[in-house]
Write a protein that binds this ligand. Structure first.
Ligand SMILES: Cc1ncc(COP(=O)(O)O)c(C=O)c1O
Length: 464
């Protein structure tokens, strides 16, 4: 594969064009220059200047099979040669084959698929299906969750950062409950003595809203945005029963957790809980081309077989995307990537426990398979948050004031990519599932160095 490097002048000119012609995403930092990527191989990528990085978040937590996988690229090329695209008013062969494959590998009686282009669209379809099926509009979901960026998904996602932008329409009939975030339990309880009060609160909310008016409860089985929240045993089983008892459809957003990421093909398998609707994107094609999928159980499928579903996209069931996904799924099974993620995740967790003993700024570590999180704290006894309260909006964007931004910049300087949330103390790590033990060791060594540099700079953890 040919690497493409650019001269300093060329890179500066690309940055100035990016500034002139691209709408800035999220909250732009003054003067910040995102890397310009030009290539990658396996778990590494390089930027336009030729600097190489070890990436522990697999781009945007989606390239499970690694960069530049030839099996998948060749399969995509073959489909392009044969037939890149067909109108959704027709069927195409890869679309039918992929729907069949998903019915075979997804848990329980999930059996029929609607294809879109992204996780956001898959979730949008899921809530629309639930609302039409039930004839009710309300959705209950977690505070601090992220399910996508459209109006409906910003409303379902309970992230205050996304919801509190002045002028943005929010669907106020969508309601929120706390996630099972045991490290900072909002009910100030401890598991198992809590008797899963957070699950009871789901029931309480549904009943207060009126079960007949609630179409669905929607959540990630492991809520990433809220802080890589691994629910305690019994939580999902209890919520499943609540949904059954109240007649509310259970939707799992497995955009991030599916396709071997957590050490099982689908994260819901950890708790033997099957939702009524499940959504996928990211790992379904490992990022080689865009694709989203919403899979429904028989009861819901039968309903829409009769009534029809008033929804479609020009690119629903895109032949290139579906053929690529089939090759990616083959690769998961051929390389046993779910087992590999489980084993490598155990190894990484052990290593992180060692790091926690050496670095008291690490308040908590949590993970399942290669879905890992570290929570940094200013004080391990009080769990005081590492991002100081009371920073002005400008200070929040300034790495000299916000330790998590400083950490993200330092990591890059050290040739490491992790996701360091600027508003909380969470570091997310979701490496490519093909990562080797040596690469994990190298990544964690760089991470320890980086956290140490940040702790020294901000004189953390606080004493006493
Ligand atoms: C859990 C979850 N749901 C939905 C989405 C939205 O997916 P997309 O960006 O493909 O629209 C994301 C994206 O990060 C996600 O993490």
């Amino acid at each position: 594969m040919s690497r493409k490097y650019y001269s300093e002048d060329e890179v500066e000119s690309l940055y100035s064009d990016a500034k002139a012609y691209l709408v800035q995403r999220w909250e732009p930092r003054p003067g910040y220059k995102p890397l310009i990527l030009t290539g990658g191989e396996g778990v590494h990528f390089w930027d336009a200047k030729g600097k190489k990085y070890l990436d522990l978040i697999s781009q945007l937590y989606n390239v499970h099979i690694g960069l530049n996988n030839r099996d998948v690229i060749e399969a995509a090329k073959r489909q392009l040669d044969e037939m890149a695209y067909a109108s959704p008013s027709y069927f195409n062969v890869p679309q039918i084959q992929l729907a069949r494959r998903l019915a075979q590998i997804t848990p329980g009686d999930l059996c029929k698929t609607f294809f879109g282009n992204s996780g956001t669209e898959a979730n949008e379809v899921a809530i629309k299906l639930a609302q039409l099926y039930k004839g009710a509009s309300k959705i209950v979901s977690f505070w601090d969750a992220y399910h996508g960026s459209t109006y409906a998904m910003v409303s379902v996602g309970g992230s205050s950062r996304n919801r509190q932008s002045p002028g943005l329409s929010i669907m106020e009939e969508f309601k929120h409950v706390p996630s099972p975030y045991c490290y900072r339990c909002p009910f100030k309880k401890t598991y198992p003595d809590c008797d899963l009060m957070c699950a009871d609160f789901v029931k309480y909310t549904i009943e207060k809203e009126g079960a007949k008016s609630v179409a669905a409860f929607m959540a990630e089985p492991i809520c990433s945005w809220a802080g890589q929240v691994i629910p305690p045993d019994g939580y999902w089983q209890k919520v499943r029963k609540i949904c059954d008892d109240t007649g509310v459809i259970m939707i799992f957003d497995e955009v991030m957790t599916a396709f071997a990421r957590t050490g099982k093909m689908f994260a819901c398998e950890h708790w033997n809980v099957v939702p009524d609707i499940e959504t996928y994107a990211k790992g379904i094609t490992s990022g080689y081309v865009p694709l989203g999928a919403t899979v429904v159980n028989k009861k819901i499928a039968d309903h829409f077989d009769e009534k029809g579903f008033p929804h479609s996209y020009t690119y629903s069931g895109h032949a290139l995307a579906c053929a690529t996904s089939l090759a990616v799924i083959d690769f998961y099974y051929k390389e046993k990537l779910a087992d590999r993620a489980a084993k490598m995740g155990d190894y990484m967790m052990d290593e992180l426990r060692g790091m926690q003993e050496r670095l008291p700024i690490i308040g908590d570590i949590r993970g399942l398979g290669l879905f890992m999180g570290i929570e940094l704290v200013a004080n391990p006894e009080t769990k005081e948050e590492v991002v100081p309260k009371g920073l002005t909006p400008e200070q929040k964007k300034d790495p000299e004031c916000n330790p998590m931004l400083y950490l993200a910049d330092k990591a890059k300087e050290n040739g490491l990519i992790v996701s360091s949330s600027p508003g909380t103390g969470i570091i997310r790590m979701m490496p490519y599932l093909i990562i080797t033990r040596e690469q994990v060791d190298e990544g964690l060594k760089l991470l320890e160095k980086t956290i140490g540099e940040m702790a020294e700079k901000f004189d953390l953890p606080k004493k006493g």
